[in-house]
Write a protein that binds this ligand. Structure first.
Ligand SMILES: [Zn+2]
Length: 51
């Protein structure tokens, strides 16, 4: 126990796009990054939300 609930916040530096995904979700943060980045050419960043 203890690893579940880790969330990753993916946010875009170039537009208001933001998405929070759990580390164990089907939808991985990297996929969100790549998908938005490829569509728009924007730069994205990731923050861990430990609590
Ligand atoms: Zn964007």
């Amino acid at each position: 126990m203890g690893e579940e609930g880790t969330r990753i916040r993916v946010h875009c530096r170039d537009c208001p796009f933001e998405k929070v995904v759990a580390s164990d979700d089907d939808e991985k943060p990297a996929e969100v990054l790549i998908d938005h980045g490829q569509r728009t050419g924007h730069t994205l960043a990731i923050d861990r939300m430990d609590d």
